[in-house]
Design a protein around this ligand. Structure first.
Ligand code: GLY
Length: 367
């Protein structure tokens, strides 16, 4: 596929996003209701609340548009409330603030955005468990029941730590990121290149106790978004640290992911889900495509070919560029056993936009 194809899709994403941004100017969307974005402004600590702003910043960086910038800045300001809610500050600080304050700081040099990045990174670093050398994922009601839980998704939050180490010329943050990534290789990645979703450590001794089933089909199965987080996350840790093990791990996860892509090119929620009910998750395809494009820059064309194939499938079969609905990507699924499947999810749109902009050479690197 030549670059004109991707430029054309980037233009479609820009036009649709510009129109939907204006008609949803005060919202922080997660999904849609009857085709219109919902609003998570009253659920302010929700982990996905940075992605819409991230999409707006990506398009602002590629094309421009002060309206997009202003809406993204408003979301960043709204997120300040999260800093005052200890129960809402979990390990997803990377997702929340790299897409908002991180993008703003990179594109405009905003000092208040830099301040937010440092606050968020300090909180994330404070979740590090010294005995087990892992970053705690979620909070609990204060009973410590999740004090030893870490999840593969956290690999995507580590870039906040690498970034703030660079900003402050202080290695403490990246030391914690590297310690977590080292633990994740041993605790999450299986011999065949698939990854666990949730691992529980003894929070006192740090010993790995067991894994838990999460958003995939079953305990021990292969939740595709988790595979994509691992693939992209280890690639990012390699980009920041240049530790060879991270590159090898990313390649191992990528090779296993590629091996299991169904013939039709659409990604299921879980590579081991039964034939019925069969649910898709387009977000996993878009995230994996981003990871594969980055991996291809380091280690080869085959990863880029797969990324392009996955994206082309989404563009031709799972995207809406018309204005009848606010979302772009369709058939996104949060978890196999949820009652809701195959709808719009904002990070699907974000990663689709990021991947397409990567292929045009117009991305702002936010990780
Ligand atoms: N990080 C949560 C998810 O991927 O659903």
């Amino acid at each position: 596929m030549n670059v004109n194809y991707w430029q054309d899709i980037a233009q479609k994403i820009y036009e649709k996003t510009s129109a939907t941004a204006l008609r949803n100017a005060d919202k922080i969307p997660y999904s849609t209701i009857n085709g219109r974005f919902d609003d998570q402004s009253d659920n302010i600590s929700w982990w996905t609340n940075g992605f819409w702003a991230g999409q707006l910043w990506q398009l602002y960086g590629a094309v421009g548009g002060d309206d997009l910038r202003k809406i993204a800045e408003k979301i960043e300001e709204k997120l300040d409330r999260v800093f005052l809610q200890s129960w809402g500050m979990d390990h997803d600080s990377g997702f929340r603030w790299l897409m908002t304050a991180g993008a703003n700081y990179r594109l405009t040099g905003s000092e208040s955005s830099k301040n937010r990045l440092i606050l968020a990174a300090n909180d994330l670093a404070g979740r590090f468990n010294l005995a087990g050398k892992f970053i705690r994922a979620w909070n609990d009601s204060g009973d410590g029941s999740k004090a030893g839980w870490a999840i593969i998704d956290c690999m995507m939050n580590l870039p906040l730590l690498y970034f703030v180490s660079d900003i402050l010329h202080d290695p403490r943050f990246s030391q914690i990121a590297i310690a977590h990534a080292d633990t994740a290789i041993k605790a999450f990645v299986k011999h065949d290149g698939s990854v666990c979703h949730i691992v529980e450590f003894d929070p006192v001794s740090g010993i790995r106790l067991k894994s838990h089933g999460g958003q995939g089909f079953a305990h021990g199965s292969s939740w595709t978004r988790g595979q994509a987080w691992g693939l992209y996350g280890f690639t990012l840790s390699y980009i920041h640290s240049k530790k060879r093990e991270y590159l090898e791990t990313a390649q191992k996860i990528a090779d296993r992911f590629i091996e299991r892509i169904p013939e039709n090119g659409f990604i299921p929620v879980d590579f081991e889900q039964p034939k019925e009910p069969w649910y898709e998750d387009s977000t996993a395809a878009a995230i994996a495509a981003c990871g594969l494009i980055e991996l291809s820059k380091i280690s080869g064309e085959k990863y880029r070919e797969t990324a392009e194939m996955l994206l082309k499938k989404l563009i031709e079969g799972r995207c809406r560029f018309d204005l009848e609905c606010d979302n772009i990507l369709e058939k996104c699924t949060a978890a196999y056993h949820d009652s809701w499947h195959e709808g719009a999810i904002i990070y699907g749109d974000y990663f689709l936009a990021e991947a397409v902009l990567k292929l045009c050479g117009r991305e702002t690197f936010l990780w």
